[in-house]
Design a protein around this ligand. Structure first.
Ligand code: ARG
Ligand code: ZN
Length: 843
């Protein structure tokens, strides 16, 4: 059944304290609870309802007297006093039978939990909603050597340990871990001089993969003190790596639980992108301690309150650690690759959704990444200093509370005096705004005319204008900047902005730094794009101009059989030779718009994209670049090689990114010898995987692929790369067969979410392979999702998003996609999670 934001009511009872005792056993864990409740003075009902599922109640008492509640599949109710009272109960649960990986479950003999969003109700009966915050005390009984929960340790002995978390928290932040683990330890002294013990807990084999994560944690702790004034608030901070995990990681108070892929790294096994991602996720989860835990969400509709803000904070952090220009480009690429298709397809929803069936289906790119963009826009509109005062006020005013987007915006209104009523539409209206640009130049006055329009989305046919910060700069004839970056505030459907006193017609650089998550429509000539690529002082827009030039050329190749655009090839060659530009940035210039991005752009321009033509043109342009730029690429490859021991820092990673981008092209022009040599001698995964990928891209990787497998067969994380790379590199006509064959591989374990994602989940990312005209890609995915759904609904439901671009394709493909979705929809016993997704996808 559907839950609506407008139906929110406060909880009938509040919780003061929770005492839990766990007697761990794989098939029959006992959980004893002692919970002190009191009636909520703000309540509108007196009904006492506790959530609970997949457990058996052994007994329950109120104020010491045994009672018999009435129990349903989702919870229980009973009569309670109209005064504070103590609830006690004992339940039995089976962690080893928990394949959904929500609540308490087992991974390789270790017990662990995932409670966000509503997993705690699989552990014991409780008001499992984020606006009920309580102080937890936990006792764990088990023979396993390491027993962890939230907060500070308060005692332990043979077979038991106790933990106390002094900070009131909602149940979704509860965590428990028990296993045969060892710790990579560290320590941190906070700003105010308190010592914090730090641990990363792993299986023995993984102890050599923790150093980088520990370093990232310390950097995150320092950064949050320096930039946001936020200090850590417990004596200990634990991180645990788990092999079976539905998401990336989880910010449980004092006990962050991580997908092992999001924390474990060594130079031999992790790529530079893994290092960067791990640093960002460690930061993200740590930053949640304030934005999420100390201040949490009133209800799940407010998810973006913690996620959008925390993503924004981790993006700022990565920018500070590794450079803002490249980080902004990476974030824009990701937003366009994952959020734009969502916002422009059948799954489109506002940053703050207004209804849901299963909240796990709303941990989306819109809530997270567009949620972060909205905060970035707010910051740009009010300015850095006002942003900082607003955040200070937010922490001050709402510490210890479960807050809303209204609270968040009120903080900005109260501290800046600005009216944010119109800005709030970013939280309420779904869809990606289009801004159309026209301009004129008369008597020294340049006029930019901006018109905004947002297409309708499911359930929202009428869209009102947004407040859009459009950062603009103007360039003169010789490339000098005649007007530096200025933020225009577009608030109307159409608006003109004037720049006076100019000596000649300038060239505008619009939406600098990608100042808003919108699609810009402007008619630029190839010459103008090449000019901006060479001269724009804004690194984002210089890169963007290169992408626009490439996209225009590709579009002509796809639609009109044009030859590769000579102007683009020349401009690119010039740009990558510029030793003033940093290597990481030049690596970004060398990456063409993705095939997905081209399909999106073609559809937006009124065409029906053909994935095979997109694939072929993409390949042809890559070959043309390889031949046109061979000399400079080969010089870049040689001159930016690193010597000495591996370092994952940004500057070394940038050089590797550049040489590896060059290597891919050089393999096309010159054959496999460089890549083979790099593969044979690489001492780190970045170089090794890039070489393998270059070899596979020219069908010369068979031997390297077996050598890689033989060498890494015992390392799960590395083997995930081996699987995913094969699906990604398969030719369109082979991708389904390759995927199918890999599902037969002895090391394919479909019950492990990471492994499933690296094989079945990799197929939709091979655009032309997945969207095969005969529908075989869709059928393969549907079959696997039906199978997985019975086991792990959350992961299955998430992967149905591969169908979200349905309306983009031709009638034949659409029909096959519908058939696949109907096949999923009619599978017996389909989960609520997947049922909701398929329902929305079918429209
Ligand atoms: N809060 C976690 C994070 O942002 C993610 C939890 C994912 N949970 C889920 N039900 N999808 O890091
Ligand atoms: Zn988060």
């Amino acid at each position: 059944q559907t839950i609506y934001l407008k139906d929110y009511t406060p909880p009938a009872y509040l919780v003061e304290t929770v005492e839990l005792t766990f007697r761990l056993a794989p098939a029959a864990t006992r959980v004893v609870s002692r919970i002190s409740f009191r009636p909520n003075p703000d309540a509108t009902t007196k009904d006492f309802v506790l959530h609970g599922s997949d457990m058996s109640l052994l007994w329950a008492k109120i104020d010491g007297a045994e009672i018999t509640p009435s129990i349903s599949a989702t919870g229980l109710t009973c009569e309670v006093p109209n005064a504070p009272f103590i609830w006690e109960a004992e339940v039995e649960i089976a962690p080893d039978a928990n394949t959904a990986l929500e609540g308490l479950y087992m991974s390789n003999g270790m017990y662990c939990t995932q409670c966000e969003a509503e997993g705690f109700r699989r552990i014991t009966y409780y008001p499992d909603r984020p606006d009920v915050m309580a102080v937890f005390t936990v006792r764990i009984e088990s023979d396993l050597p390491v027993l962890l929960s939230n907060g500070n340790p308060t005692g332990s002995g043979e077979g038991w340990a106790e933990w106390h978390d002094p900070w009131p928290k909602p149940a979704y932040l509860f965590a428990l871990v028990a296993g045969d683990l060892i710790a990579h330890t560290g320590s941190f002294t906070t700003q105010s001089g308190r010592d914090v013990a730090l641990n990363i807990w792993v299986r023995e084999d993984d102890i050599g993969k923790c150093a980088f994560g520990m370093d990232a944690l310390k950097k995150s702790m320092r950064w949050d003190e320096e930039v946001y004034g936020r200090e850590y608030d417990l004596d200990i901070f634990n991180i645990v790596a788990v092999d079976d995990f539905n998401a990336g990681a989880m910010e449980n108070k004092g006990l962050n639980i991580f997908n092992s892929s999001a924390v474990l790294a060594s130079p031999e096994t992790a790529t530079d992108s893994d290092f960067e991602r791990i640093e960002a996720i460690i930061a993200h989860e740590y930053f949640h301690n304030w934005t999420g835990n100390r201040i949490t969400c009133r209800d799940w509709f407010q998810l973006c309150l913690k996620e959008g803000l925390t993503v924004f904070r981790d993006q700022q952090f990565t920018g500070d650690m590794r450079g803002h220009a490249v980080k902004r480009i990476v974030d824009a690429i990701d937003l366009r690759a994952f959020q734009f298709p969502e916002d422009n397809g059948t799954l489109s929803h506002p940053v703050r959704p207004e209804s849901f069936v299963e909240i796990n289906n709303f941990y989306t790119a819109t809530v997270y990444e567009k949620g972060a963009e909205v905060i970035g826009m707010l910051k740009r509109l009010v300015g850095d200093a006002a942003y900082q005062s607003a955040l200070d006020l937010y922490f001050d005013r709402h510490d210890g509370e479960a807050a809303t987007i209204e609270d968040w915006l009120a903080v900005f209104e109260d501290s800046t005096g600005r009216d944010l009523a119109q800005f709030k539409r970013w939280y309420q209206q779904a869809g990606t705004p289009r801004i159309t640009v026209t301009d004129s130049f008369v008597d020294g006055t340049y006029t930019l005319h901006l018109a905004q329009e947002t297409p309708s989305t499911p359930g929202q046919s009428v869209k009102h204008p947004f407040v859009i910060p459009v950062a603009v700069g103007l360039l003169g004839q010789n490339g000098q900047e005649v007007v530096p970056t200025t933020v225009l505030e577009l608030t109307q459907a159409e608006q003109s902005f004037h720049f006076e006193g100019l000596s000649g017609r300038p060239l505008p650089s619009i939406l600098r730094g990608f100042s808003a998550p919108v699609i810009l429509k402007q008619s630029q000539t190839g010459a103008e794009q090449a000019f901006l690529l060479a001269h724009d002082t804004d690194p984002f827009n210089a890169w963007e101009a290169g992408q626009n030039l490439a996209r225009a050329g590709l579009t002509a190749m796809i639609l009109d059989d044009a030859k590769p655009d000579r102007a683009f090839l020349d401009a690119l060659r010039l740009a990558i030779a510029d030793e003033e530009k940093d290597p990481a940035y030049r690596a970004m210039l060398l990456a063409l718009p993705s095939q997905e991005n081209l399909a999106q752009a073609l559809f937006d321009a009124g065409h029906t994209p053909d994935p095979d033509r997109i694939y072929a043109s993409h390949k042809a342009l890559r070959e043309a670049i390889a031949n046109h730029c061979q000399a400079i690429l080969s010089r870049l490859y040689d001159e930016h090689q690193l010597t000495g021991p591996f370092s994952p820092d940004a500057s070394a990673a940038g050089k590797r990114a550049l040489t590896n981008a060059a290597l891919r092209y050089l393999s096309l022009s010159d054959g496999p010898s460089r890549a083979q040599a790099q593969f044979d001698t690489a001492d780190n995964m970045t170089q090794q995987l890039a070489a393998l990928s270059a070899l596979l891209s020219i069908d010369a990787g068979r031997d390297a692929l077996s050598a890689f497998e033989a060498h890494w067969s015992k390392d799960r994380l590395v083997m995930n790369k081996w699987f995913a790379l094969q699906v990604a590199s398969a030719e369109p006509e082979n991708a389904v067969a390759v995927t199918e064959a890999l599902t037969q591989h002895p090391a394919f374990n479909w019950k492990n979410p990471n492994r499933f994602r690296s094989v079945v989940g990799a197929l939709p990312r091979n655009q032309a392979g997945f969207h095969r005209a005969d529908g075989a890609g869709y059928r393969l995915l549907a079959d696997w999702l039906i199978r997985l759904d019975a086991m792990n609904p959350m992961v299955a439901a998430r992967m149905t998003t591969a169908f979200q671009t349905m309306s983009r394709w031709d009638a034949g493909r659409q029909a096959h996609m519908r058939d696949a979705l109907r096949q999923i929809a009619t599978a017996p016993g389909l989960s609520r999670d997947t049922a909701e997704m398929v329902d929305r996808l079918l429209g």
